[in-house]
Design a protein around this ligand. Structure first.
Ligand code: TTP
Ligand code: MG
Length: 400
């Protein structure tokens, strides 16, 4: 079946966010990545006004300063970029569940199944662009094509603040005049060889007898020609973003021994924290769940002062919740720990701000590293350690 794939890429993303934060920057040559006084560093991005001076991402700041001495140079605010990105993701999810964030400012959406609901490609593109504009005030470029490859090339052609739709029958004509550099997969080395063979455009590559390409690139030649013809079947891979992370276990027999129950809770918290970090996430809400023999179930929650992915912080919250749970003097059948209010971890942001990630975070990263090689049980902490080296729970997946 023919697919409808949408690609969206925000225009001059970091610079545009900065212009929303400070409207005095609108229309100015703005360079995000470092101050004028910074000795080292590179440009993250430049506003379209600054691009007129030839400034682009990854250019050394010193060179950017030379080209545009009156430019406005700022270091940037990564937390705002992250937040804008999450809001864009939420808007895209309203259109289709099949959203793949390819980077902080670009995404693929498979809108094949959304056609009827929204009234077709053009209506979907308009809805997305307008919703993003209304809710974040940011400009974006959208393209819709039969596959990811063509959609990505098209959104690049449509910049800035554009919309392009390339229907199946137009794909070849759309690609034909483009320079080879526009084709993802045709890197500088590949282009050099192609140019030596007299091929300057995507169209040449599409039309040349494939044997010529096989001779130059081996079996890669087929893939190159397929790309030049706009043929691709790579599916949109939606990123799974858990809304909560929980671990719970039912005991072999109902327990009254709270010392043991607390150790198991500590163990479950460790498993949760580990899962959090595996997903690159942090939590702000810890819930303890207790089910008694009569199946009555109680939950106790605590909101944390700051997001965290460390068992130390989960442990502190649970230490406050456990006494409440203990007040009910009935046998316990099941305990669980659940983490909600999840967000992507801020650790990267701290690095971006030039701050060191805190010591515990580095420790836990090493711990996870060791666990990846030797298994979760290899390293454990505090109360959970008192359970013994090998934890046997009725829940098999938690006993490994
Ligand atoms: P891009 O989408 O590549 O660039 P852009 O959004 O700034 O501009 P365009 O209108 O051409 O899409 O990258 C998104 C953001 O990622 C960009 O705003 C800053 C950041 N980035 C870097 O920090 N370093 C880089 O080398 C690149 C390419 C991007
Ligand atoms: Mg962009």
């Amino acid at each position: 079946m023919e697919r409808h794939i949408l690609h969206i890429d925000m225009d001059a993303f970091f610079a545009s966010v900065e212009q929303v934060l400070n409207p005095a920057l609108v229309g100015k040559p703005l360079i995000v990545g470092g101050l004028k006084s910074d000795k080292r560093g590179v440009v993250s991005t430049a506003s379209y006004e600054a691009r007129k001076y030839g400034i682009h991402s990854a250019m050394p700041l010193a060179e950017a300063k030379r080209r545009c001495p009156h430019g406005i140079f700022i270091r940037g605010h990564f937390e705002h970029y992250r937040e804008a990105s999450e809001r864009i993701y939420a808007i895209l999810e309203r259109v289709s569940p099949c959203v793949e964030m390819a980077s902080i400012d670009e995404a693929y959406v498979d809108i094949t199944g959304s056609q009827r609901l929204f009234g077709g490609d053009d209506a979907i593109a308009r809805y997305i662009k307008e919703a993003i504009r209304a809710e974040t005030r940011l400009p974006s470029t959208v393209a819709i094509a039969p596959n990811k490859l063509v959609a990505k090339i098209a959104s690049d052609e449509g910049k800035p603040d554009g919309y392009l739709r390339i229907d199946t029958e137009r794909v070849r004509d759309f690609l034909r005049p483009l320079p080879l550099a526009k084709l993802p997969g045709a890197g500088p080395r590949t282009r050099e060889i192609l140019e030596r063979l007299g091929m300057m455009t995507v169209g040449c590559l599409a039309d040349v007898p494939v044997e010529v390409l096989i001779q130059a690139f081996g079996s890669m030649g087929y893939a190159l020609q397929r790309a030049a013809r706009g043929e691709s079947t790579t599916p949109v891979q939606p990123c799974s973003r858990p809304k909560s992370i929980s671990r719970e276990t039912t005991f072999e027999e109902d327990l009254l021994d709270w010392e043991r129950i607390e150790r198991i809770v500590a163990y479950l918290a460790e498993r949760c924290a580990h899962a959090l970090r595996e997903n690159g996430m942090e939590t702000r809400c810890v819930t303890l769940k207790v089910r008694h023999s009569d199946f009555s179930t109680y939950t106790f929650s605590r909101t944390l002062p700051e997001s965290t992915c460390l068992e130390r912080d989960l442990g502190r919250a649970l230490d406050e919740l456990l006494p409440k749970a203990r007040q009910r003097r009935a046998r316990v059948r099941l305990v669980g720990v659940a983490l909600t209010s999840l967000s992507y971890d801020q650790h990267q942001l701290r690095l971006f701000d030039g701050k060191q990630p805190e010591k515990w975070l580095r420790v836990m990263e090493s711990v996870d590293h060791i666990r990846a090689r030797h298994g979760f049980e290899f390293i454990r902490f505090g109360k959970s350690m008192e359970l013994g080296r090998h934890v046997e729970l009725a829940t098999p997946s938690l006993s490994r």
